[in-house]
Design a binder for this molecule. Sequence first.
Ligand code: SAM
Length: 283
Amino acid sequence: MFDQKKHVFDLWATEDQTPTMRLSLQAARTLHTEQTPYQHLAVVDTLPFGRVLFLDGIIQTTIKDEFVYHEMITHPALNTHGNPKQALVIGGGDGGTIREIIKYPTIEKATLVEIDARVVENAREYLPEISCALDDPKVEVRYEDGIKHVQERKNTYDIICVDSTDPIGPAVGLFAKEFYQNIYEALTEDGIFVAQTESPWFNQELIRRVHKDISSIFPITRVMLAFIPSYPGGMWTFTMGSKKHDPLEFVADKFPGYETRYYTPEIHKAAFQLPPFVQELLK
Ligand code: SAM
């Protein structure tokens, strides 16, 4: 029998975060593994982060720090908009981004477009704290490619969150300029889009290129930072493209005050303050 205190059973879950850097989490047990049509999926109970969802060996979300990512990919954009009614999440099959979006009473419909149904099904089974809002009547879950979904929509969404895996496999196109152009067209006239854009330590070329592409399409482009210990380097970027509203002009007393554990109006302001080495990437 596993004895956590004595560490008698030496099981470790290891992510190759970069070709030369690994993160190892001591594991209590592996709950599930499978090869889906799109990727290898594993759910592991770890000692430092609680339950963790891995896709192709890469940490997607952990019970301990998921709130940082899910609050920051949603609240800054939703508050900047002020009156979002139609929201789209691309990827995000664990359900955490949808959970935050439906806290906003102005939201009439939140659509989740996830390519891999098995991610959603496993999140429902093993990560109820994260997937809990997927059955909300305002939520529609569609199993299709987010790239195709936005190609076929015009002037439809107030908010689009691109909650993708790293730019490999089916997610490569979610970091392409053509995709950002299609997102622009799928947004309403004052729509806002936000994407997770990886680590400012280990994905510098990607951040530079994505910022350049989004700035060439959207009148307002802003990068923000959040601190997510299970992701490579801990410091993470999100990039926002906005047609009209500037997140830097957000007025704190407009925040409706939902229960959050990371996001606050002060964090909203602070997140857009970038250290010089990150500013340098955006020039
Ligand atoms: N928080 C996570 C992170 O940054 O590591 C992302 C989590 S979420 C599980 C990412 C999801 O994007 C995966 O479930 C994956 O199946 C989905 N995905 C990848 N490419 C996609 C595409 N082209 N269309 C829709 N969903 C896609």
